[in-house]
Design a protein. Structure first.
Length: 258
C-alpha cells in the first residue's frame, strides 16, 4: 500500500513534489517521529530478512529503500533508490540493475513492486542478477475482501485488480502505482508469470498485517494506538491468522531463482 519512499502523503502533495528527494526526506522524519509505525516496519524487515537464503553467495540489495531503515536489521545490505538520498548506498532502478549476472543473494522490496510501471523488465533483471537459489523478497499490498474494502474506500493511490495489463502509466519515478499489481502478477496471472519467467519460482506467499498498519496511521495520519500496545495488536493478528485469506492487507512474497 505504501512503501517507505512513497506513501499516502502524496494525496496532499502533487505528483511532481512526491518525485523529489525532499518528499522522501520528510517521510523519513515522520517515520522517526512515529514509534508505532517504526515497529510495523521493523516487523516487515524481520519478515524480509527471514526469507534471505543464508547459504547462497552474493550481495543483498534493497530496491526503493526510500525513507526506510533496513540497515538497522541488515547492516550488510546495499540500499538503493531511483532518487539520490544521502543515507543510501546507490542510485538504481529495477529495470537496469548495475550488478553482474548471478552476483546477488537477494533483492528486497518493501512496498515497492506495485510502484514499478513495467514489472517484466524488472523480473528479467532479477532472474539475470540473482545467484541460483537467490530470492526476491517483497512485502506488498494484497487483495482480500478486507483489504479491497479499505483500499477502495480510503484511496490514496490506484488499486485496480481488474487491470488487464501489468503495466501502468507513471507521471514520475515514484508517483505511479497499482496496489493490486502484486496480487495480479503472483496470484491472478500466476500461469503467465510461470510461463514468461521459467527461471523464477514462487516459493511462498505469506499473508499478514490486517490491523497494525492501519493503526499506525501510515505516514500521513496520526496513529490511533500507542506504541506500547503494538504487541497486543500483533497478538490479535496472530489469533486471526486462520482468516488471513479474507483479512490480510499485505503479503510477503518470496520468489526463488531456480
Amino acid at each position: 500500500m505504501m512503501r517507505a519512499g512513497t506513501d499516502a502523503s502524496h494525496t496532499r502533495e502533487s505528483s511532481r513534489s512526491i518525485d523529489l528527494p525532499d518528499a522522501t526526506l520528510r517521510r523519513r522524519e515522520r517515520l522517526m517521529r512515529k514509534p508505532f509505525l517504526r515497529r510495523v516496519y521493523r516487523e516487515w524487515y524481520r519478515l524480509a530478512s527471514d526469507a534471505v537464503p543464508p547459504a547462497t553467495p552474493g550481495r543483498i540489495v534493497e530496491l526503493g529503500s526510500g525513507a526506510g531503515l533496513l540497515k538497522e536489521t541488515m547492516p550488510e545490505a546495499v540500499t538503493s533508490d531511483l532518487l539520490f538520498l544521502p543515507f543510501l548506498d546507490l542510485v538504481a532502478g529495477g529495470e537496469a540493475l548495475p550488478f553482474a549476472s548471478g552476483s546477488l543473494r537477494s533483492l528486497i522490496l518493501i512496498d515497492v513492486f506495485h510502484h514499478i510501471p513495467r514489472p517484466r523488465p524488472f523480473l528479467a533483471e532479477a532472474a539475470r542478477t540473482l545467484h541460483s537459489g537467490g530470492t526476491i523478497v517483497m512485502i506488498e499490498p494484497w487483495r482480500t475482501a478486507w483489504s479491497e474494502f479499505v483500499y477502495r474506500r480510503f484511496p490514496h493511490e490506484p488499486f485496480d485488480p481488474d487491470a488487464q495489463a501489468w503495466e501502468f502509466s507513471s507521471p514520475g519515478p515514484l508517483s505511479g502505482a497499482n496496489g493490486a499489481l502484486p496480487w495480479i502478477v503472483f496470484e491472478r496471472d500466476r500461469d503467465v508469470f510461470e510461463r514468461e519467467f521459467p527461471r523464477l519460482r514462487i516459493e511462498a506467499i505469506h499473508l499478514h498485517s490486517p490491523l497494525v498498519y492501519l493503526l499506525s496511521g501510515g505516514f500521513s495520519m496520526p496513529a490511533t494506538a500507542p506504541a506500547f500496545s503494538f504487541g497486543f495488536w500483533r497478538g490479535i493478528e496472530e489469533a486471526l491468522r486462520p482468516r488471513m485469506q479474507s483479512l490480510a492487507m499485505f503479503a510477503r512474497i518470496v520468489v526463488t531463482r531456480g
